[in-house]
Design a protein around this ligand. Structure first.
Ligand code: CTP
Length: 409
């Protein structure tokens, strides 16, 4: 791979020692690492061990005059091919997600125009905290690659996701990012310059650490629409519940589990020109998520669940007063009175179009779809077609709506 250069930001945490091994592995592949060490990171590894391995000085201070004279923070990121944050602490990710520039590491992350890989390591509760979930979703929506942490016993004595992946896996991720397209080609096509946020798949609403409520949505229709819009040049953020599908080319994916996470990820991905709610969002979630597995033994009588309503993502986007996307599209899955329900949904959700399908047959989870499209000006019935043909036809209609040249269906 030759002369690629990595700017490695070492954050604080017990896993910081693994950054030393990572530098060694990088060097073996001919990849030079230049290191920024945060103040917290310096509590765990010394600048001397990092510089001995990287063969370069270690940068620590935003306001050091000698550093500025030799290499400012802008220059540091300019000279790199990839910025890697390892370990990425909850604090560093929060700063980057909010655009804070309070030290050399966060300032460099704000100033860089290079691709960024974050390799988180933290306590499982910190990783699972809604604030960290939001920050990860925000970073992913901004195009940052966040490597999922490993699951296992942690230095703090707990068990769960939060461990730094092994350095070999981090190296593989880095090599993958370096060999991928250095910079995506400027988008072309009828939807170039438009940003679309799409939800897809089911959501999972946990009852306890091992059980959840969900539905049969496969995510196929939403993924196909994301792919069709991206193919036509749109910048697409796909906020997806758990699915087994591959992310379509050119699409930025934000993976979530619950409706509340999906709501947060969508809010973080706006503003956009187009919003399409394809996800089968669970309408309710258990009022309480039990901290440990619910036990059958000792249960007094039948178990009753109390459910609370989830946020309505489509409605919240469709009725936004500020920065409402110019085109808001929802889906309506109905088993009866399609026409009446679809029209009611159009109004209630503040959508411009509602794509209604009858799910009493084999549509949900299947490969085909048969829909009618409703808008304020009427409705139109589309013939039965497979989900990717439907996605292409919808993308064509969207291009026509935005008056784009070459907007053929
Ligand atoms: N939707 C959403 N957030 C929710 C529920 C639904 O964004 N909490 C979106 C779906 O992505 C879809 C549309 O709303 O685009 C229709 O969802 P549906 O569940 O069919 O409608 P409901 O509002 O739940 O109405 P009902 O269940 O009464 O049919």
């Amino acid at each position: 791979m030759g002369q690629a250069r990595i700017l490695l930001i070492v954050g604080g945490g017990i896993a910081a020692y693994k950054s030393l091994e990572l530098i060694r592995l990088l060097a073996r592949r001919g990849l030079a690492a230049r290191v920024i060490l945060t103040q917290a990171g310096a509590q765990f590894v010394t600048p001397l061990s990092l510089s001995s391995l990287s063969g370069d000085r270690v940068y620590q201070d935003l306001f050091s005059l000698t550093d500025e004279a030799e290499m400012g923070h802008i220059e540091l990121s300019r000279q790199a091919d990839l910025v890697v944050v390892c370990p990425a602490t909850a604090d560093l990710m929060a700063k980057a997600a909010h655009g804070l520039a309070s030290d050399l590491a966060s300032t460099t992350l704000l100033a860089t125009d290079k691709r960024v890989l974050m390799v988180p390591a933290m306590n499982v509760r910190m990783w699972e905290h809604p604030a960290t979930r939001r920050n990860v979703a925000r970073l992913e929506a901004d195009g940052v690659r966040v490597m999922p942490p490993d699951t296992g016993p942690m230095a703090c004595g707990e068990f769960g996701p939060g461990r730094l992946p092994e350095p070999e896996r981090i190296l593989a991720e880095i090599e993958g990012m370096l060999t991928g397209p250095a910079r995506s080609p400027p988008p072309c096509g009828p939807l170039a310059g438009l940003r679309a946020v799409i939800t897809a798949g089911p959501t999972r609403e946990p009852l306890d650490p091992v059980r959840y409520m969900s539905n049969h949505s496969s995510g196929r229709q939403g993924y196909a629409i994301a792919g069709s819009l991206a193919q036509r040049g749109a910048e697409v953020v796909l906020v997806s519940g758990p699915t087994a599908l591959a992310i379509p080319d050119g699409v930025t994916a934000v993976r979530v589990e619950t409706a509340s996470e999906m709501y947060d990820a969508v809010s973080a991905s706006l503003p956009a020109d187009i919003f399409i709610g394809v996800a089968a969002v669970a309408d309710w979630r258990p009022a309480r998520r039990a901290a440990s597995k619910l036990k059958l033994k000792g249960a007094k009588g039948p178990l009753s669940l109390s459910l609370v309503e989830n946020p309505d993502i489509l409605r919240s986007v469709g009725t936004r007063e500020r920065q409402r996307p110019r085109l808001v599209i929802g889906f309506a899955a109905e088993t009866n009175a399609l026409d009446r329900h679809a029209r009611a949904k159009l109004r209630r959700k503040g959508a411009d179009w509602i794509i209604a399908n009858d799910v009493s047959g084999d549509v949900m989870g299947g490969t085909d779809n048969e829909v009618s499209v409703y808008s304020a000006s009427g409705s139109e019935r589309w013939p039965r077609m497979n989900k990717s043909a439907l996605a292409d036809r919808l993308a064509g209609r969207i291009a026509v709506h935005f008056g784009r040249p070459g907007a053929a269906e």
